[in-house]
Design a protein around this ligand. Structure first.
Ligand SMILES: Cc1cc2nc3c(=O)[nH]c(=O)nc-3n(C[C@H](O)[C@H](O)[C@H](O)COP(=O)(O)O)c2cc1C
Length: 222
């Protein structure tokens, strides 16, 4: 996505949200995970409770004047993962979205995207953002095989051909996702018209991992 934005002449600024909460960070500090089932299952209750945790928000988020914020949101236990939820509920995000900032978002997940993207849409628009567009990218394989593939990958750090004797797809997005991401960043003519029609201006922008923003170099009214 960032390369599509840049090819248009926009400036792109990536900003990864760092998960630093001492209650959870130790289990995710090593990869492959030490206890692949336990480490994932221990996030179940906090995720069901829609808990937030301690994060580090990079200075680019506060310091830039962006025309578009593009949020990448992985799914954890059917909904927005704790780091992104914590960001969306932060005072910095409230200032970022306030006053009709244009926001687009994409979910990355094994399978369950809807609750996640709707949460992102709600939490951003509640804070004053102008919602532009959304999409999602899911893993290769059906329900069972993509699950086995994810568990295998989290525990080994490798894409193996089999797990528990079952042939599994790579623990990755469906093969066409790259093209879909480019098409999304290219923008649907109606939803993205404020941006698509102004490609000659310089803008700043986006991270495909957690959060991305782009903006004009000179301040213009939103
Ligand atoms: C703790 C945890 C819980 C997850 N729960 C779900 C889930 O409920 N549904 C789903 O489709 N994917 C789930 N996933 C898969 C993640 O969405 C997937 O790993 C992530 O989107 C890939 O992004 P990453 O490369 O940044 O990890 C879960 C992953 C983790 C680590």
């Amino acid at each position: 996505m960032a390369s599509v934005f840049e090819a248009r002449g926009w400036e792109v600024q990536r900003a990864a949200i760092e998960f630093i909460d001492p209650r959870y960070v130790e289990r995710f500090s090593r990869f492959p995970l030490k206890h692949r089932y336990l480490d994932v299952f221990r996030m179940f209750v906090p995720q069901m409770l829609r808990a937030t945790g301690e994060i580090r928000i990079p200075s680019e988020v506060e310091n830039g004047d962006y025309d578009l914020v593009c949020i990448g949101s992985p799914t954890w236990w059917l909904t927005t993962c704790m780091p992104i939820r914590s960001f969306l509920k932060s005072a910095i995000a409230a200032r970022l979205f306030d006053g009709g900032r244009h926001v687009a978002a994409f979910v990355v997940c094994r399978r369950y995207w809807r609750n996640n993207i709707e949460t992102v849409q709600r939490l951003t628009t509640e804070r004053g953002a102008a919602w532009l567009d959304r999409t999602h990218f899911v893993f290769a394989g059906d329900q069972v095989h993509s699950f086995l593939s994810l568990v295998s990958y989290l525990g080994t750090g490798e894409n193996r051909e089999r797990y528990l004797g079952v042939k599994i797809p790579p623990s990755n997005l469906k093969p066409n996702s790259d093209n879909e991401a480019r098409a999304f960043a290219g923008g649907s003519p109606i939803a993205w018209s404020p941006f698509v029609s102004e490609s000659s201006r310089t803008r700043r922008g986006s991270s495909p991992t957690t959060l991305g923003c782009r903006g004009r170099t000179s301040r213009t009214p939103r």
